[in-house]
Write a protein that binds this ligand. Structure first.
Ligand SMILES: [Zn+2]
Length: 391
């Protein structure tokens, strides 16, 4: 039995309740709730944002539907629509990864597992990314990581609050280490967004797992989750087998994480937009903005002071090198001179393109090359994709 068959057999024997949550959103007139079996008119279900009116079960929504739920009509502007995964490892499991990608593109009408852009939520301009579980379990490959990073960079440059609606099976194994690198790349971009004192709210939906939980999903200023969403890194059974202990039934649910401090609030989908508008309002208009403005002024003053100090030390260094016999007390004492100059020497060194240090620096930037490759490949491959769909 191949490894794949083994996994397929395990899936077949999984409890019915677990599989039934994986079903797609209904297209027909009536929808039978997978949680309480109540029949609901699909139009009513959509009006209620795909939440069962009988039992409050949150049915999974697509990225376009989620954008419609959160963003004011006519204000959505999609970003980087052409970026999609290429097949960097020419990976083949049961079928080639490239075929798999084509199949999902046709099935979902999406280019990859996330849609990003900007638009208005209530009266606030925001940057929004929505992962779509229909596309390969919203696994994070190079394209997903790149699109998130670019969205975060746009939010930072335009001083926008950022919201990411997360749902993912984790890193995309067909891209190997390249998919794992997206964890570091997205986290670094979020850190720059944070340094600019901007607001970031991830919304964790069912299910958010693996590398996504281990990176951007858990780096929010406030972390919101949908009721009963499964949130975790590794599956419950694997953890139980590893630590040889029985875990509680509600382990890895949004409510359990809220109780244990990993999530700040569990917000029903029907109240999500209003909740986000209130939080963003507090940050943008309220006491938060005045607090951050004061901090920004402090930052600028500190930077100016540091620049001034650096210039002063450089002048003194020049004086110390040029004239040893002048006898300035601060610089002629070698210990003082080295101790005070050391921190200022490092940035000067790395800024000099002729020094070997900067060559090293370029090698460290390898993930950026990967991203660029993706984009270049994305453009050409996107053209191919268009031809295919039109054919
Ligand atoms: Zn129900």
């Amino acid at each position: 039995m191949s490894l794949f068959d083994w996994f397929a057999n395990r899936r077949k024997s999984a409890p019915i309740g677990q599989n039934s949550r994986e079903r797609d959103i209904p297209d027909g007139l009536w929808y039978k709730c997978e949680s309480c079996s109540a029949m609901t008119y699909v139009k009513d279900l959509r009006t209620n944002q795909m939440v069962c009116p009988q039992c409050n079960h949150h049915i999974r929504v697509t990225a376009p539907d989620r954008i419609e739920q959160l963003i004011e009509p006519g204000t959505w502007q999609e970003l980087d629509a052409g970026i999609h995964s290429c097949d960097p490892l020419t990976f083949v499991d049961r079928k080639p990864y490239s075929d798999r990608l084509k199949e999902y593109r046709k099935k979902t009408d999406l280019v990859d597992a996330i849609v990003t852009g900007t638009g208005k939520l209530a009266s606030y301009e925001i940057a929004l990314g929505v992962m779509d579980f229909r596309f390969m379990g919203a696994s994070m490959g190079s394209a997903v990581g790149e699109k998130i990073t670019r969205l975060v960079e746009t939010a930072t440059a335009r001083h926008l609050p950022l919201i990411l609606v997360c749902a993912s099976g984790g890193a995309r194994m067909q891209e190997g280490i390249l998919s794992l690198m997206q964890m570091a790349k997205t986290s670094a971009a979020l850190d720059r967004h944070r340094q600019a004192r901007l607001l970031y709210i991830p919304i964790l939906t069912h299910p958010t797992t693996g590398g996504v939980t281990a990176s951007f999903a858990m780096l929010g200023d406030l972390i919101l989750a949908e009721p009963k969403a499964m949130i975790g890194f590794t599956g419950k059974r694997v953890i139980e087998q590893t630590i040889r202990q029985k875990l509680p039934d509600e382990f890895q649910t949004a409510e359990y994480l809220l109780e244990h401090g990993f999530v700040d609030a569990v917000v029903p989908r029907t109240q999500l937009k209003q909740t986000l508008a209130t939080i963003i309002g507090l940050h943008v208009d309220g006491i938060g903005s005045r607090f951050y403005q004061a901090l920004a002024v402090q930052d600028r003053q500190r930077e100016q002071h540091q620049d001034h100090l650096q210039d002063h030390l450089q002048d003194n260094l020049g004086a110390a090198n040029g004239s040893h016999h002048n006898g300035h007390a601060e610089v002629t004492n070698p210990n003082t001179a080295i101790a005070t100059l050391e921190p200022t020497l490092k940035p000067i060194q790395s800024a000099d393109p002729d020094l070997p240090d900067s060559d090293q620096h370029q090698e460290d930037g390898a993930p950026i090359d990967v991203a660029n490759l993706d984009t270049a490949a994305a453009d050409s491959a996107n053209t191919t994709h268009k031809n295919e769909t039109s054919a």
